[in-house]
Design a protein around this ligand. Structure first.
Ligand code: GUN
Length: 297
C-alpha cells in the first residue's frame, strides 16, 4: 500500500499548532503581520499572493497587500521595501518572485531586512542555513521536512536525491538534508539539467524530491520500489477543462505511485505546506522582533 501524504491535513495541523504561539504574542499585545508585495500581472503569482493573504487572515496574522505596476521603475519597489523595513508594524516582508526583468531580483532580496525576510532568501539567512544556524528556513523545503516527519519517513542515513537546483527549493532543500539536524543527516545528491543519467541517480534514492519545474519528468521507471517521492512541481499544462489548463507535478503520478512507499499528490501535497510554513516564519519573525518567546509547532 502506498502512503499518499496529505499536505492539506499536515498544513492544517501546522496552522492549528501556531494558535498557541499567536495567543502568546496576543498576550503581549503583538499581532504578527505580513506584507506581501506583488509586482507582476502573472495570473499564477496573483493567485499565490491572494492565497497567502487569505491564510494570514484565517490564523490571525495581519496581512498587508501591496501591488505595484509591473512597468513601474525598480526604484518604486526598492522604496516600498525600505518603507516596510522601517515600519515597526510589519514583521514579515514577502516580495513575490519572479519580479519583472528590469528589476534586479538579487538586489531586491538583499534590500529586505534579514529579520523580516520570512522567505529566507536574503544572503544572510541563506548563509545561516548553510552554516547550520538557520533563522528562517525557506518555506517549501521546510514544508517538505514537515511532510516527511508527518509520514514517518526517516532521512537519517537515507540517500536523498533532489532534482532541481533553484534558489527557492533545490539548493535550500539539499542544504537542509545535509545538516546534522532533525530531518537532515541524509546522503544528498543534487541533480539538474546537466546531470547525466538522471534515472540511475533517482533509482538509487530512498527519497526523491522533484523540484525541476518540468511537467511529469520523473516516472515510475525511474524509481525503485518503496521510495518516498515528494513532488514540488506545480505546472499548468493545457487541458480540456473549464480553465483551459490542469495542474501537474514534476512526477508522473500514476506510474510513480505504483513504485512508491509514500508519495505527495499535486495538488494537495507540497503546495499547502509552503503556505503553512510562511505563516510559521511570520509568527517566528514577530516573536524575534518583539522579543516574545513562543513555542512553534
Ligand atoms: N515564487 C514562487 N515561490 C515563491 C516563494 O516561496 N516566495 C516568493 N517570494 N516568491 C515565490
Amino acid at each position: 500500500m502506498t502512503d499518499i501524504i496529505d499536505g492539506n491535513a499536515v498544513a492544517a495541523d501546522v496552522r492549528d499548532g501556531l494558535g498557541d504561539a499567536i495567543d502568546t504574542l496576543a498576550d503581549a499585545d503583538v499581532t504578527p503581520s505580513l506584507a506581501t508585495v506583488l509586482m507582476s500581472d502573472d495570473p499564477a503569482s496573483e493567485t499565490y499572493v491572494s492565497m497567502k493573504q487569505d491564510d494570514c487572515e484565517e490564523v490571525g496574522i495581519d496581512a498587508i497587500d501591496i501591488e505595484l505596476d509591473p512597468d513601474a521603475p525598480a526604484e518604486e519597489l526598492y522604496d516600498t521595501i525600505d518603507d516596510l523595513n522601517d515600519d515597526p508594524e510589519v514583521d514579515g516582508i514577502l516580495v513575490q518572485m519572479p519580479v519583472p526583468d528590469h528589476v534586479d531580483d538579487r538586489a531586491v532580496l538583499r534590500r529586505i531586512d534579514p529579520l523580516k525576510d520570512v522567505d529566507g532568501f536574503h544572503p544572510e539567512n541563506v548563509g545561516r542555513l548553510v552554516a547550520g544556524n538557520a533563522r528562517y528556513k525557506p518555506c517549501t523545503p521546510h514544508g517538505v521536512q514537515k511532510l516527511l516527519a508527518a509520514a514517518d519517513v526517516e532521512t537519517d542515513g537515507a540517500d536523498a536525491v533532489v532534482v532541481g537546483r533553484s534558489d527557492i527549493v533545490g539548493k535550500p532543500m539539499a542544504n537542509l538534508f545535509v545538516q546534522k539536524d532533525e530531518y537532515g543527516n541524509a546522503t544528498t545528491t543534487v541533480c539538474h539539467s546537466r546531470t547525466e543519467d538522471l534515472a540511475a541517480k533517482t533509482r538509487a534514492a530512498d527519497i526523491v524530491v522533484a523540484a525541476a519545474g518540468v511537467p511529469e519528468m520523473i516516472d515510475g521507471d525511474m524509481l525503485s520500489e518503496g521510495v518516498t517521492v515528494v513532488d514540488v512541481g506545480i505546472n499548468r499544462v493545457d487541458a480540456d477543462t473549464e480553465k483551459g489548463y490542469e495542474l501537474v507535478g514534476d512526477v508522473e503520478y500514476e506510474s510513480a505511485k505504483e513504485k512508491a512507499g509514500a508519495i505527495t499528490p499535486v495538488p494537495g501535497g507540497v503546495g499547502p505546506m509552503t503556505r503553512a510554513m510562511l505563516l510559521w516564519n511570520t509568527v517566528k519573525a514577530a516573536s524575534l522582533q518583539h522579543d516574545v518567546p513562543v513555542d512553534l509547532p
